[in-house]
Design a protein around this ligand. Structure first.
Ligand SMILES: O=C(O)[C@H](O)[C@@H](O)[C@H](O)[C@H](O)COP(=O)(O)O
Length: 248
């Protein structure tokens, strides 16, 4: 594993919404616009979406956007290693939000195959899928939507675990919140053409401040490891609660 060095030159654009509801609307619009732009130039779009609680309202609104969803490959930024019907499954959450009804239900969801015998097999299978859809390492996704944990993790790159330091493959094992996980790695997240963070709630104030701090250590805040190689800025969509500690 490559040592993680503090500091980054990543440029962030922070957009603050007045409420959680407005944040969901703005995020759904931003994602729909990004997908639209990709599909104007290519046959298919590959996106990776965050799990957790925050994006649910966004995904319900995104699934109502009139896009050619059958041309959109939806992957997961990370997945808990649980059966697909488990309440903590991110794929289940996507089926119940983004894909709950037309037109979003036409999207091509590619869940992490948690029916396989082990997380190791699941990670290897997901890496093969990413190579098929997005090319050799690092695979290039069109859009990645990421959440931000109050401890500075994103996807399943949790501080104090080995996952953030994995740089030689596209998918890795992780552990967090008491569950084994499969996660896209920092190089894969960084290779995406467009990276969007979605951050909501007072509990994320410190994590967001640290994410925006160029001197913050990725060891303490692994979300800092998402550093787009395409020099594009990272868009951070937050509500006023989460952005309360950010100096104007
Ligand atoms: O599977 C997961 O848990 C997510 O992918 C994870 O990275 C999430 O985005 C953050 O933990 C924020 O979660 P909340 O939105 O629930 O605060």
């Amino acid at each position: 594993m490559t040592p993680i060095t503090p500091g980054s030159t990543t440029r962030y654009r922070l957009v603050v919404a007045e409420s959680a509801g407005e944040l969901a609307r703005q995020t759904a619009q931003a994602l729909a616009s990004e997908i639209d732009q990709v599909l104007a130039q290519r046959d298919r779009a590959q996106i990776a979406l965050a799990g957790g609680e925050t994006p649910k309202a966004t995904y319900r609104l995104l699934g109502q956007q009139h896009l050619p969803w059958d041309r959109v490959d939806v992957l997961l930024g990370d997945e808990r290693w649980v059966p697909s019907e488990d309440p903590s499954s991110n794929a289940r959450m996507l089926r119940e939000t983004l894909m709950a009804e037309l037109p979003g239900s036409k999207a091509c969801l590619h869940p992490v195959p948690t029916q396989l015998a082990s997380p190791e097999q699941g990670a290897a299978a997901y890496a093969d899928l990413l190579q098929q859809l997005c090319g050799d390492f690092p695979p290039v996704l069109d859009v990645v939507l990421l959440g931000l944990g109050d401890d500075g993790h994103t996807a399943s790159l949790f501080p104090g675990t080995t996952a953030p330091g994995v740089r030689d493959r596209s998918v890795t094992l992780g552990e967090g919140k008491g569950l084994p996980r499969v996660s896209l790695t920092a190089p894969t997240l960084s290779a995406a053409r467009r990276v969007v963070f979605l951050v909501s709630g007072a509990g994320k104030v410190q994590a967001l401040q640290r994410l925006l701090d160029p001197e913050e250590s990725p060891l303490r805040t692994p979300a800092k490891l998402v550093q787009p190689t395409t020099e594009t800025e990272v868009l951070i969509l937050a509500d006023q609660e989460a952005a309360a500690g950010v100096s104007p």
